[in-house]
Design a protein around this ligand. Sequence first.
Ligand SMILES: *Cc1c(COP(=O)(O)O)cnc(C)c1O
Length: 364
Amino acid sequence: MTIPVDRTANTRIDSSAIADGRMTNVPSDHMFIAEYTNREWRKARVQPYRAIPLAPFALGLHYAQAVFEGMKAYRLENSSIAVFRIQSHFQRFNRSLERMEMPPVPEDLFYSAINTFVDTDRDWVPPGPESAFYIRPLMFASEERMGLKSADEFLFIVVGGPFRPLYSKPLRVKIERKYSRAAPGGTGSAKCAGNYAAAMYPTQRAREEGFDQVIWTDAASHTRIEESGTMNVAFIEDKSFNEGQQTEPVIVTPALSDTILDGITRSSVITLARDSGIKVEEKSITVSELQQGLESGTIREVFGIGTAASLAPIGAVSIDGIEHSLPYNENSIVYQLRKQLNDVRYGKSEDLYGWMNEVGVVEV
Ligand SMILES: *Cc1c(COP(=O)(O)O)cnc(C)c1O
């Protein structure tokens, strides 16, 4: 699918500032936009980044029929540009849309939107070792209407910009025992706007207590670990598999459910770890199991996993007011995993799983 491009006459780019990280977390010059009306996608185009007109009665603003994705394009060793796991993001976007009673985006529209947008702004993609171009696909109800209904008109937008990981030093987190992010049968496994709005009040209260993030627990009993704000969580636990044998480090992470977002970084880390011989257990983990593991020292690393933060070590976990510290150094397994993942993303190791989708390549 060919998408028309209206290039800006007033670029804001400063290439040396992008290369050295001074120009980060700002929108790039362009954006993709398409309109859904009368059951069809229309007017798909790349245009200069700018504010969009929206009716005050646009349904999405009132009733939160709004879904997004977060993905990254990387500048590879050979200086080509590739988007990480575009297919998984496309599939998850459509699963989220279905849950929010929104129309699917066809595969060729999604791929062409991302590719044309990133190709147009390819000079905005910073080099590694940690930086990347963040891509934010977004769809919401734009229909102007008084009164609650499922909308018939939507906008699909893709914006982005150069980006550096959110968390550089180990995080301090609190196990949340009162508020909930997601309930069984709810929307926790969809990347929909309302989930994040509902998380802000409890997260802000935790920030006031000096925490960077909360780790959510299940809504019914607040006894099982779920995930963090925009990250899945995982632990490194020492386990022995035969009586009297030496222990080996195992990655333990809560099993997916309809209250946990199916993170693509999580699934990538699981694949890479298993292929390099590290055992991974996806299972239900209670707060008291975590507490015991932290007290006895068998749980020796806790980390968050997500596109924005990559793999972020957690240096302190507070459970019911008692804080447990975890030391980190360059031998920590989280850093090995991050390096392994980054080597694929930046084209330093072979792309064994077809995760890297090169931008600007014309299909024949
Ligand atoms: C986006 C997100 C994640 C991480 O998913 P990735 O695909 O790895 O970026 C985890 N939890 C929540 C709630 C999220 O919104």
